[in-house]
Design a protein around this ligand. Structure first.
Ligand code: ARG
Length: 491
């Protein structure tokens, strides 16, 4: 029944919603929050989050940026809820393309260029060798030979491959640092080549492996068992595939890290891949596969820089910084700063993240530099600006004063819904709840600023009270953005 505390009750889709009268709660100075028991239900022990996972020598695509920032959000969120989090990057560092790359490097590669700009150079070699292999049988044969040497662990081939891998990881680490992202483990497909063969043997001994008409090894996924839907785990030449390595990797991770849940973050084109992966793991008797989850996201259209289509992640970050610098130099309100470049970098990256996190992850969206970098409206720039205004402009000018009991000035009742927002984000792993909450908060702050100015207010009490309000808001924004990304907690 409705009363003064429960404002509204509604039902739909099998759930009953109670809307709490927040004004009353605030007036009564009741500390409102979800119970710790409810939050405890979100604790999962050890969570392994696998994200970013770019492919060595191949083009970076917007999907890798999305995977990097979404995975980082999920890892931060899980950690702030009290889970032990393992952050893993699973590099695409194995497969026939390394045969091509290794063979091609002999012809088109240059050690000097590799050291100067590794991602760029490996990509160039990869493009050239692919072109060459289209019409040159010898090149194709050389690639096959190189890959065989790799699979047989021949030292010369392995050391070249290792060099490619190390240089790429170093380069990526530099970019991750700019994004405020880190990994506990750099794993990769190459780690599981031998184990993948063992998985095939296990499938065989469990009677799960069948041979298709084409001579490939398959697992029958059809409910009727009539091979109407199969997953290929072994090529006819006896080599393993992406999915076989993923099966091996999942089993190995469970044994090594004893995770209670595992989360994979990739674009939605891999939904079927993960569906098959979990299905096969369950069929093999790994009941923990029920606690593995794929978080899919939509495509980003039109991610371009001034020099054309995006090939590398770093180009996007540089462009965000350059555009932000330009906007700052044009803005009449920009004050002198100690480190303009650094500010432009941070604000630019926040803008990228907020644009990406505003909607449901599964939706595709169109990348739009101008909209994303607007100082007004629902952008990361606005979020950063609001915080800087609270923290720097007002607080540093007036000495900080504290007054006990000033909490009831929290007329901004929405502050009290943070727990709900966090709970929602933790349940469906969607950052939009948190981001939209923060943006709403910033709008409220902007109106509070207009109506309750700190500077120039006549009474001392009003000044003190407003100062406390401002201080707590700054503190709250800082606290609330922690799950978004670690480094860009706001300046
Ligand atoms: N390297 C892959 C790609 O770029 C993503 C890897 C996703 N993770 C996995 N365990 N399959 O498409």
């Amino acid at each position: 029944k409705q009363d003064s505390v429960v404002e509204d009750i509604s039902a739909g889709c099998g759930v009953i919603n109670f809307k709490v009268n927040r004004k009353l709660l605030v007036q009564e100075d009741v500390k409102f929050g979800l119970t710790s028991e409810l939050f405890n239900t979100l604790k999962r022990g050890t969570t392994l989050v696998e994200y970013s996972s770019p492919n060595i020598a191949k083009k970076f695509h917007a999907g890798h940026l999305r995977s990097t920032i979404i995975g980082n959000f999920i890892a931060n969120l899980k950690q702030s809820l009290g889970n032990n989090v393992i952050r893993m990057n699973y590099l695409g560092d194995w497969g026939m393309q390394f045969g091509l790359l290794g063979a091609g490097f002999g012809q088109f590669g240059c050690q000097e260029k590799l050291k100067q700009n590794p991602l760029q150079h490996l990509f160039e070699v990869y493009v050239q060798v692919n072109k060459e292999a289209e019409h040159n049988e010898d090149m194709k044969q050389a690639a096959r030979d190189f890959f065989r040497q790799l699979e047989q662990h021949e030292s010369e081939a392995v050391s070249l491959w290792q060099q490619f891998r190390e240089i790429t990881v170093d380069e990526y680490q530099h970019i991750y640092k700019r994004l405020g992202v880190h990994f506990d483990i750099y794993s990769g497909e190459s780690f599981h080549q031998d184990q993948a063969q063992e998985v095939v043997q296990q499938l065989q001994s469990q009677g799960l492996l069948k041979t298709s008409e084409k001579g490939t090894g398959v697992v029958d996924l059809s409910p009727a068992g009539d091979m109407s839907s199969v997953c290929t785990v072994l090529r006819s030449d006896g080599t393993t595939l992406y999915i076989t390595r993923d099966l091996a990797a999942a089993i190995d991770r469970k044994a090594k890290y004893h995770f209670d849940e595992m989360i994979y973050v990739t674009d939605k084109s891999q939904e079927n891949h993960f569906h098959q992966l979990f299905h096969i793991l369950l069929a093999m008797g790994h009941s923990w596969a029920d606690r593995c989850k794929h978080v899919p996201f939509g495509l980003v259209r039109g991610m371009k820089t001034r020099s054309g289509e995006v090939v590398f992640l770093e180009d996007v970050l540089d462009e965000a910084r350059a555009r932000m610098l330009h906007n700052m130099s044009q803005s009449k309100t920009t004050k002198e700063m100690d480190n303009t470049e650094d500010t432009a970098e941070k604000v630019g990256i926040s803008a990228l993240i907020v644009q990406d996190f505003k909607g449901p992850l599964l939706s595709d969206y169109t990348f739009d530099w101008d909209r994303m970098l607007q100082a007004q409206g629902d952008t990361g720039v606005f979020l950063q600006y609001t915080h800087a205004r609270l923290c720097r402009s007002v607080l540093l000018k007036i000495t900080k004063l504290y007054l006990a009991g000033g909490v009831s000035i929290f007329a901004l009742c929405d502050l009290y819904s943070y727990d709900e927002v966090l709970y929602q984000s933790a349940q469906d792993l969607q950052p939009k709840h948190l981001v939209n909450f923060l943006l709403k908060l910033c709008h409220l702050i902007a109106s509070a600023h207009r109506e309750l100015p700190v500077k120039g207010s006549s009474q001392v009490v009003a000044q003190v009270g407003r100062l406390i309000l401002v201080d707590s808001l700054a503190f709250n924004i800082q606290l609330y953005t922690v799950p978004l990304c670690t480094k860009h907690k706001l300046i």
